[in-house]
Design a protein around this ligand. Structure first.
Ligand code: WT7
Length: 636
């Protein structure tokens, strides 16, 4: 029996039990069998969640790009590694073979070296979904530089915060990007950001849209001429298993984004293992994950996991609605996609359109459908199952987080019977549990609580860059000896998990993780605003949308409210990005507060969600009178 590829439920349970009984042996066997190590480990695992400190494969040496690329050259050199599907279908797809990828990554790595990037340096990557993005990640990894990808929909301020937080000395960006009919001037966003990033000495610019850009002398350099001159061979830098591979920012419940640090060895083992099992990947499959590499899903399941398995992984530059709502399905037919992985919000948006868009295409190549990012509602699940999978492709509802590095709870297709809206069972090696309000573990089934993980797994983030204390406080202090996920979950009669959603101040909008604090900070910058509170409310397509309760200063009274709403949303767009804009803005005379001055979001959430039958205990409020006033004027 191979630990690596689970093929039926019986086998899942056998493997799972083994992984829990002896996790070190379990992961060691997988690590031994399937990867290229320059040196084997001295110790599989050491850990202490109270510090917290976790080390996997200590003493081992490797380079992840040798596992993603070099290892496949002999057997899969001419196989497509990255299949690039551009925004405009008439531009034609590009097939980048493993051999070509090897050359492109090596050449790019040499450019980085020539520009002074050294092992351990942080490089910020701000690129659209073009092949250069994957190449840039791998080129950093090739020479031991730590990449920090910032999603190219983030604003200049958000970009600058992330560049400065981890002291990047280089940025890799493009002149612009295409998204459907829109052309976006990325370079000017970077220019604006870099005005407040004195540490950045070099900005490499990829040409994509060919628009006018200003190049700052001594800082901005076009990438292509450098590539043309660079050597095409680059020896991989040997890394320790616990050396940092990348930083990726995620929202937190306080203002500053958290730079989650992922390390090399454990991340590689876990993403490769989980990819193979969750997608039941077989040689010659064509796998497509529609996420952006700016998020963890793209890091783990467009780049590292698939390439470690020698897979063909699709990178899609465009949007689901361009040239029309059939684009996803047209691509599935054209490239005979076998595994398709997307977000519930995309499914909901497409389910609203005419069925012809999906029925027109031959989707018979599909074997596995996946979702990620937020709970999938029953209606969307059925639409996906009926019209995309034709009731013939299992749906894997995969629960995980930026912090977990890889999929944690998910069906194994063709093994785990699926139930709509259930992420079902933990992957081997993952030990979830539910905790109650008194920090006691909830045993048994048919229960609900806060989702925690009891034991380390190889791809967990090791720290928050530059702030280990915050890492401990956020994830390891609520429940002693456990990693706290921030999510609530139910465990049903057979032990299946159903994720119920965030229990903290993070709101998931269209699959994007947004903290309330940074949005409130942006709103409060408006000179007319005294105070604000953001909550989520259910939305047909986005899952959740944002509702802002805003109290104005005296200076704001009597002003045109529609205009104020526009200004506030513009501020949010400038500070964070358009994804964080508010759907509804209610101007209030005050916000409900506890006696200690904390805003009672629970009440605001209920009002926004039209759930005012029972507001719960309001007796502890300092100012109960504002509640009625807010209810009377609610925008519902
Ligand atoms: C949060 C993490 C993991 C990549 C994308 C998001 C929510 C994620 C599911 C799911 C219900 C889900 C959780 C989690 N979430 N997947 N299948 N069912 N909720 O990564 O931005 O770090 O967000 O997304 O609330 O904590 P992220």
């Amino acid at each position: 029996m191979s630990n690596y590829h689970i093929k039926h439920l019986e086998e899942y349970w056998q493997v799972y039990r083994k992984s829990v009984r002896n996790p070190e042996n379990f992961w060691e066997e997988i690590a031994e069998e399937h990867f290229l190590w320059r040196k084997k480990w001295d110790k599989v695992l050491s850990w202490d969640f109270s510090k917290p400190e976790v080390k996997w494969f200590e003493g081992a040496q490797l380079n992840i790009t040798e596992n993603c690329i070099d290892r496949h050259l002999a057997t899969r050199g001419d196989k497509t590694a990255i299949l690039f599907e551009p925004n405009d279908p008439s531009e034609g797809a590009q097939h980048i073979t493993y051999k070509e990828l090897h050359e492109r990554v090596s050449t790019m790595a040499n450019v980085l070296k020539a520009q002074g990037v050294e092992k351990g340096d942080r490089v910020c990557i701000y690129l659209p979904m073009i092949p250069e993005l994957a190449v840039a990640l791998l080129a950093c990894a090739r020479i031991g530089a730590v990449h920090s990808v910032v999603f190219a929909g983030f604003s200049a301020t958000a970009l600058a915060t992330r560049i400065n937080d981890c002291d990047c000395k280089m940025v890799i960006c493009s002149d612009g990007s295409y998204r459907g009919k829109k052309k976006i001037d990325l370079k000017s966003i970077v220019d604006e950001a870099l005005e407040s990033c004195p540490g950045v000495t070099t900005n490499l610019v990829v040409q994509r849209t060919g628009g006018e850009v200003t190049m700052k002398e001594g800082r901005d350099i076009w990438l292509q001429p450098l590539l043309d001159q660079a050597d095409t061979v680059c020896k991989a830098t040997v890394m320790d298993a616990e050396d940092s591979l990348f930083i990726l920012y995620t929202s937190g419940s306080t203002g500053k984004p958290k730079g989650m640090v992922h390390t090399t060895g454990g991340y590689m083992v876990y993403t490769a293992y989980s990819f193979k099992n969750v997608f039941q990947y077989r040689e010659n499959d064509v796998y497509w994950c529609t996420a952006d590499i700016g998020w963890i899903t793209g890091h783990s399941y467009i780049v590292y996991g698939p390439l470690c398995n020698g897979a063909t992984t699709v990178m899609f530059e465009g949007v689901p609605s361009y040239p029309d709502y059939g684009r996803f399905w047209e691509i599935v037919e054209k490239h005979k996609i076998t595994q398709f992985y997307t977000a519930p919000t995309a499914i909901r948006a497409l389910a609203k359109e005419n069925l012809d868009y999906v029925e027109k295409y031959d989707l018979s190549s599909l074997k596995v459908l996946g979702t990620v990012g937020e709970p999938i509602n029953e209606e969307a699940w059925h639409w996906y199952n009926d019209h995309v999978g034709k009731k013939n492709s299992p749906i894997v509802d995969t629960w995980w987080q930026t912090e977990t590095g890889g999929i944690m709870i998910s069906p194994i297709p063709y093994s785990t019977p699926t139930i709509p809206t259930f992420a079902t069972l933990p992957l081997p090696g993952i030990q979830p549990t539910l905790m109650d309000e008194n920090a006691q573990e909830i045993k048994g089934n048919q229960v609900e609580g806060r989702l925690c993980i009891k034991f380390p797994w190889p791809s967990m983030a090791r720290t928050i860059y530059g702030n280990h204390e915050r890492y401990r406080d956020t994830y390891f202090s609520a429940y002693k000896g456990m990693y706290f996920t921030g999510d609530g979950a139910r465990r049903d009669a057979v032990g299946y998990y159903r994720i119920t959603g965030r229990v903290d101040d993070v709101i998931i909008v269209s699959g994007h993780n947004l903290g309330t604090a940074p949005i409130e900070d942006a709103i409060n910058e408006h000179p007319a605003v005294a105070e604000s509170a953001i909550v989520g409310f259910p939305h047909d397509i986005k899952g959740n949308a944002l509702y802002g309760y805003i109290t104005l200063k005296e200076t704001g009274e009597g002003r045109d409210q529609d205009n104020l709403r526009k200004e506030i949303n513009q501020l949010i767009t400038d500070r964070i990005g358009p994804i964080a804009k508010l759907d509804k803005i209610q101007f209030t005379n005050g916000l409900p507060k506890t006696r200690s001055g904390k805003i009672m979001r629970r009440i605001l959430r209920k009002i926004a969600g039209k759930d005012t039958g029972n507001l719960g205990d309001t007796s502890t409020l300092l100012n109960p009178e504002v509640v009625q006033d807010i209810m009377d004027n609610a925008l519902v």
